[in-house]
Structure formats: structure tokens, C-alpha cells
Write a protein that binds this ligand. Structure first.
Ligand SMILES: Nc1ncnc2c1ncn2[C@@H]1O[C@H](COP(=O)(O)OP(=O)(O)O)[C@@H](O)[C@H]1O
Ligand SMILES: [Mg+2]
Length: 209
């Protein structure tokens, strides 16, 4: 199964989602994480992780750019049960390649920041990908949700109008996610925030359904 974690925007939680997904998948089978973002934050996370041998298992991680995400990614995927692509935060060849390679696209959306113009751009890219990859399943994950406000409710209304399938789980803004990434870990491995763990595990169940 090949997953792509995509959004034309940065800072929405793509890398956080991708490394959690890839690490949880690595517990089930051989997993490849392709870092397709020139900022290479997923690859940095993977390097930090190698410094802490207690964090195991790990996804095999590699960086690919542009069209290589599709052509090289397709070749590499043959050796793995699961592939997760963390695609860059803008409309790029890398992002389009990721959407052609994948079977399931996960779109993390920062629920605290409704950016309708950016969403429209993103929808255009997704629609175009579907013309060439008709089996692509697209799921929105609301991230960085502030549980005290109505942000997520407004965002949900907007997404429903766009006819996008939103996963029931919402990932809230929690320091545990930030800390885990900084240590080359996932929230389960730090074990300090049960709410964060519950959220990411619920997401994992839903995306595999
Ligand atoms: N659920 C969350 N709670 C708290 N901080 C988060 C959460 N998701 C992401 N962040 C933080 O927000 C910033 C952007 O997240 P990141 O996953 O790198 O997004 P992207 O890959 O889309 O640019 C990072 O500093 C990250 O630690
Ligand atoms: Mg990123």
C-alpha cells in the first residue's frame, strides 16, 4: 500500500503525520518512507532516530525529488509492503508525482487556519491527479486542532461543501507531537501524552480501513 501525505501548504502537519504513519506501519511490515520535500524534515527525523536505538522499528528512509518520486518510487516500492511519501509544501512536480504513485492520499489540514484560496489550489491538483490515477482515495485529516475553539467545526463545514472525505479523528495541537519529532520518535515511544497517542492510533485505524 502506498500512502502520500500532501498539501500545497507548509506547516500543516505533513511531516508529523508521515513519520507517525510510517513508524506505525513499520511495526506491521517492511516500510519505506520517501521524503519528497527539499526541506527534508522527515529525513532529519530519521537521522535523529538512528541516534536512539531504543526507538525501533524504523521505516527505511530515502530522499527523492521531482519526477523520481514517481519513477524511482515505483521501483523501490516493489521491495516494501508499505510506502509513505512526505511531499513538499507547494504545488510542485514532487507533489504531483506523489499523487500519481499513491493509492491513498492523506491531506493534513491545519484546522486553526482556514485558507480557502490555498484549498482551491490543492483541490485542482487533486482533481488532476484523479484523471490519471482514478483509484486514488483522498482523505482529509484535521490537524493542530485547538479543542477549545470552534475552528474545526467551521473547517468541517467548508470541507463538506468541497465534497472531501474527512477522517473522523482530529489531531489536536499538543506539545507531545512537537517533542516526539524533535527526538526522532513518535508519541507512543515517548509515552507521555495518552490523548496524543489515542488520536494518532485512531487515525492509523481509520486510514487502514
Ligand atoms: N498536532 C500537533 N501539535 C503540536 N504541534 C504540531 C502538531 N503537528 C505539527 N506540529 C508542529 O507544527 C510544525 C509544522 O509541522 P510539520 O509536521 O513539520 O508540517 P509540514 O510538514 O506540513 O510543514 C512543526 O513545528 C511541528 O512540530
Ligand atoms: Mg514537512
Amino acid at each position: 500500500m502506498i500512502y502520500a501525505v500532501v498539501n500545497t501548504k507548509g506547516g500543516v502537519g505533513k511531516t508529523t503525520t508521515a513519520v507517525h504513519l510510517a513508524t506505525m506501519l513499520a511495526r506491521q511490515g517492511k516500510t519505506l518512507m520517501i521524503d519528497g520535500d527539499p526541506q527534508a524534515s522527515a529525513a532529519s527525523w530519521a537521522a535523529w532516530r538512528r541516534e536512539s536505538p531504543q526507538f525501533t522499528p524504523s521505516p527505511t528512509t530515502t530522499c527523492l525529488t521531482g519526477k523520481a518520486i514517481l519513477v524511482e518510487g515505483k521501483q523501490l516500492a516493489e521491495g516494501f509492503e508499505y510506502v509513505v511519501v512526505d511531499a513538499g509544501g507547494r504545488d510542485s512536480i514532487a507533489l504531483r508525482s506523489a499523487l500519481l504513485l499513491a493509492k491513498k492520499a492523506i491531506i493534513p489540514i491545519d484546522a486553526s487556519h482556514l485558507d480557502a484560496a490555498a484549498m482551491t489550489d490543492l483541490m485542482t491538483v487533486v482533481e488532476l491527479a484523479r484523471d490519471y490515477n482514478p483509484d486514488l482515495e483522498v482523505r482529509v485529516l484535521l490537524t493542530r486542532v485547538d479543542s477549545r475553539t470552534k475552528d474545526a467545526a467551521e473547517m468541517l463545514e467548508f470541507l463538506n461543501e468541497q465534497k472531501l472525505t474527512v477522517l473522523p479523528t482530529k489531531v489536536c495541537e499538543r506539545v507531545a507531537f512537537r517533542r516526539a519529532i524533535g527526538e526522532g520518535a513518535i508519541v507512543q515511544e515517548l509515552g507521555k501524552d495518552q490523548a496524543a497517542i489515542n488520536e494518532i492510533e485512531a487515525f492509523f485505524k481509520e486510514i487502514q480501513a
